[in-house]
Design a protein around this ligand. Structure first.
Ligand SMILES: Cc1ncc(COP(=O)(O)O)c(C=O)c1O
Length: 396
């Protein structure tokens, strides 16, 4: 289409409040540099570099051949909802029935649908900051009030529960938790979960518990607020297949919630996607019910890379990095460099050939940090460390 048009684009006002995920913008910028012949090490994107396990791929192909190419129920295929209910029930130690499960295309729609279903204009939503940028973006988009809770480095990127208690008001509709956490790798302990539950008490506040990295824990165990007595009916658990089974492109995730809310979230599915791709869901049944060796293999490999990369980062001038307990990110403090996060991230891309993200793209409290994804080979991670080290020696 010709760029010059007499028809001015008139966007709905709410579009001015919609944010984005900078990872995709940095990826585009890095690709543009690669087209100019530069070599870039990609540590910006949050997706496993492994292939989807072969048994899952085979199940997907067989499903296509068997004709799983049609519409299915909006809430998901009964066999997958049942498999998820059993899996979540087992891992979180609660009883879950399949009518509490809604299958959606990836984890993200659960964030969108939960906020659409629960947050009215002016309602307050408490969310982790620094945190996955989509929370803040969607809260703003809907005209709700975004109330950040600061994750504190000195607490291994957990928050102060007294601070949470002080942020809860009569307008609080939803609290978003994320453990293991993106971008910090922080993990909520059993005690943290207990304290959070106590701070909420018996208030009618819902909790969106984003547990998409639940199987990627290196130290300790995963704990969910879903397991706390009295919280099952106030929790929407978000989990999925993208990270655990390296299935980002298949688009498969789910929410577990009380059945009355599940029927509303299914209605949102009917209105937006109709359903999640049927053959993808059949592959999902195999992912959950089949051999889990590759999940453990990927976890151990991420741990190996985390150990090497974080200890390397701690040798870089001006950088200091806590050991993340989960997910596949390193979130070093770079305040001693004297640079802003955005400028340092941009300069490392352009001059050191390493793509990473500014901590500030995860919210205001992320300023002073960078996020590196360790979803790349150990060889590339070591090379990235060399290049960053060399750049800082020359320029700081
Ligand atoms: C914390 C968190 N929640 C949700 C998602 C969304 O996952 P999906 O790709 O399955 O939509 C991501 C992806 O990066 C994430 O980091």
């Amino acid at each position: 289409m010709d760029n010059a048009t007499q028809y001015q684009l008139r966007l709905a006002e709410r579009m001015s409040r919609l944010g984005t995920e900078t990872a995709f913008e940095v990826l585009n910028k890095a690709r543009a540099l690669e087209r100019q012949g530069k070599k870039i090490i990609h540590l910006e994107i949050g997706e496993p570099d492994f292939d989807t396990p072969a048994n899952v791929v085979e199940a997907g192909i067989a499903a296509l051949r068997k004709g799983w190419t049609h519409y299915g129920p909006s809430a998901g295929l009964p066999e997958l909802r049942q498999a998820i209910a059993e899996d979540v029930g087992r891992s979180r130690g609660v009883k879950v029935s399949s009518d509490e499960v809604v299958v959606v295309p990836g984890g993200k729609p659960i964030i969108f649908f939960t906020l659409l279903a629960l947050a009215d204009v002016g309602d307050e939503v408490i969310y982790p900051n620094p945190g996955f940028p989509i929370y803040e973006s969607m809260i703003h988009y809907l005209g709700a009030k975004a109330v950040p809770i600061r994750l504190r480095e000195e607490r291994d990127f957990s928050f102060d529960v007294n601070e949470l208690a002080s942020l809860i008001t009569d307008r609080t509709r939803l609290i978003i938790l994320n453990s293991p956490q993106n971008p910090t790798g922080g993990v909520l302990s059993k005690q943290d979960i207990h304290d959070i539950a106590e701070a909420i008490g018996d208030r009618n506040i819902m909790v969106l518990s984003d547990e998409i990295y639940s199987r990627l824990i290196f130290d300790g165990e995963h704990h969910s607020i879903l397991s706390v007595p009295g919280f099952q009916e106030r929790t929407i658990l978000l989990d999925g297949f993208s990270k655990t089974y390296a299935m980002t492109g298949w688009r498969l995730g789910y929410g577990v919630m009380r059945p009355d809310l599940a029927s509303h979230i299914s209605r949102l599915m009917t209105n937006s996607n109709s359903c999640t791709a049927s053959f993808t869901q059949i592959a999902g049944v195999e992912a959950i019910s089949g051999d889990q060796t590759s999940v453990e293999h990927m976890r151990l490999e991420f741990q190996r890379r985390r150990d090497a990369f974080v200890s390397g980062l701690n040798r870089v001038k001006g950088f200091s990095c806590r050991m993340p307990k989960g997910a596949f990110y390193a979130f070093p403090n770079i305040k001693k460099t004297g640079w802003t996060s955005k400028r340092l991230a941009e300069t490392l891309l352009e001059q050191a050939g390493v793509a990473c993200l500014s901590g500030a793209s995860f919210g205001d409290f992320g300023e002073g940090y960078l996020r590196f994804s360790v979803a790349n080979s150990l060889e590339n991670l070591n090379q990235a460390l060399l290049q960053i080290d060399e750049w800082t020696r020359k320029n700081l």
